[in-house]
Design a protein. Structure first.
Ligand code: NAP
Length: 334
């Protein structure tokens, strides 16, 4: 079936400025780490992308290695773009990719050398069938490559026109600060940082968010639902067959669903109910409570989950009692 984007696609989404840049991003962005690879059902992914765009999600996040097999999420998304996003629709999208993790054999297939980053971006563009990505990330810091080399490569990539903006992912505060300064001295602004952040993983609160604010860099937390733990999926202690924790290639281990986690999500779910939200919606609005966060980067395995998460935007406010009650639950047994 031909795709005609909804005419109301910009009516209900909230757009936030990314740091001090000129770019606005939707409060909810969609990541293709799981559910869009060669092992997944192509038409399911295609419907999710269409529905996301119909609801104002203009930002799609990828990386060289997303699949499995690695590279297949970029290939599939490239095919969806070709089929559905014809004409000038490319200009309504922000498409991100990254390089840093293991992608091909030998010494040039991972980490942060100039050789790897530039070769990997060229491969990503081929798979995506695009001339440029909007944001290109260093996916992780490389302890064995000078930060100057990695940042020079990112700067040169922007100069070459193959990426419009640069991002960092998984850089802790000291190395993020140094990288942002190197880029600035080269004449390229770091647009955004992509760290892991959820109710269950809060290291960014210890300094990274302050640095990003100081330098005017946006923030896009990944795995805000702790890969599905912060949803109603595992609430009853069993692992549904189609869930990430049940899949051989799923990154969520069933061992992560401990009695302590179950007790915490059960208690959090009670607060969510009182707020008239699903647990997932509360977990997402809790991330967006901090105005240093530009957008939350979710994953979904169905259009239903996408719609459930989009309704987060109906209630982004917390009162002090709710925040205190959440803190108490998160501190349980620690
Ligand atoms: N920079 C990095 O190093 C890095 C690392 C990881 C991820 N990322 C990016 O972040 C994106 C999101 O990560 P993530 O997929 O781990 O995020 P997440 O949003 O924490 O987890 C997504 C999973 O949660 C479940 N889910 C989502 N909404 C739900 C709902 N309303 N009800 C019930 N279950 C729901 C689904 O699990 P089921 O599949 O079980 O249905 C879905 O696959 C990735 O796609 C990728 O773009 C970046």
């Amino acid at each position: 079936m031909n795709y005609t984007p909804s005419l109301t696609r910009y009516d209900n989404m909230l757009y936030n400025r990314c740091g001090k840049s000129g770019l606005q991003l939707p409060a909810i962005s969609l990541g293709l780490w799981h559910n869009f690879g060669g092992v997944d059902v192509f038409e399911n992914g295609r419907q999710i992308i269409r529905s996301a765009f119909d609801n104002g999600i203009t930002h799609i996040d990828l990386a060289n290695n997303y699949g499995p097999p690695p590279g297949s999420a970029e290939e599939n998304f490239g095919a969806i773009l070709k089929k559905d996003f014809t004409g000038f629709l490319r200009d309504e999208l922000i498409i991100s990719s990254k390089a840093g993790y293991n992608m091909w054999p030998g010494p040039y297939g991972e980490w942060g050398s100039r050789k790897y980053l530039i070769s990997s971006l060229n491969q990503s563009l081929q798979r995506l069938q695009l001339d440029y990505v909007d944001i290109f990330y260093s996916h992780r810091p490389d302890p064995n490559t000078p930060l100057e080399e990695t940042m020079q490569a990112l700067h040169d990539i922007v100069k070459s026109g193959k990426a419009l903006y640069i991002g960092l992912s998984n850089y802790h505060e000291a190395e993020a600060k140094k990288a942002i300064e190197i880029l600035k001295n080269l004449g390229t602004t770091c647009l955004i940082h992509q760290p892991k952040y959820s109710m269950f993983e809060r290291w960014v609160e210890d300094g990274l968010l302050d640095i990003l604010e100081e330098y005017g860099v946006g923030c896009i937390p990944f795995s805000p639902l702790a890969q599905g733990l912060l949803t109603d999926k595992y609430l009853h202690g069993n692992i549904p067959q189609q869930s990430r924790a049940a899949k051989v290639h799923g990154a969520l281990q069933s061992s992560a669903i401990t009695p302590q986690v179950l007790a915490q999500i059960t208690a959090l779910n009670e607060i969510a109910k009182k707020r008239g939200q699903s647990l997932a919606q509360m977990a997402l609005s809790w991330i967006l409570r901090d105005n240093r966060i530009t957008t939350v980067l979710i994953g979904v395995s169905s259009v239903e989950q996408l719609h459930n998460n989009l309704s987060t935007l109906n209630n982004l406010k917390f009162d002090k009692e709710e925040l205190d009650a959440i803190e108490k639950i998160l501190a349980m047994n620690q």
